[in-house]
Design a protein. Sequence first.
Length: 155
Amino acid sequence: ITSQQHAQYLERLHNELAIINKLGFNDYFLIVWDIVNFAKQNHIQLGAGRGSAAGSLVAFSLGITDIDPVKFGLLFERFLNAERVQMPDIDIDWPDNRREDILAYLHQKYGQRNFAQIITFGTLAAKQALRDTARVFGVSQTMMSRISNAVPQGK
């Protein structure tokens, strides 16, 4: 990289690290790094990076994500913002058949008392579920509208 690009990366890293430190999330990043590092050492396939965390050069530098946010013009502020203090959310995708390996590692490393599983369930309204299903099966827009209009409003 050029000296100008080097300076840009260095400034970005300093800014991100200052915000992470100010908000007290150093340990969070290191724990996520530990999980990702364990997965990589044990040949557990991971996603490249999903959501706003892909905008973090610190996450990229630690190997948490594989996406260079500077190269792709992604904003750190969409992920973590000093003006809007909230817990960062780094999504890590791994195969279902390796989930137990990761959970066992976390229990062993951090202890049962310091470990919790958190999950978010998404739901779709009936009309949206019908539209999505129809689109997957190549149903025409006209037929899709007729089917979804048969569902009562608010369902």
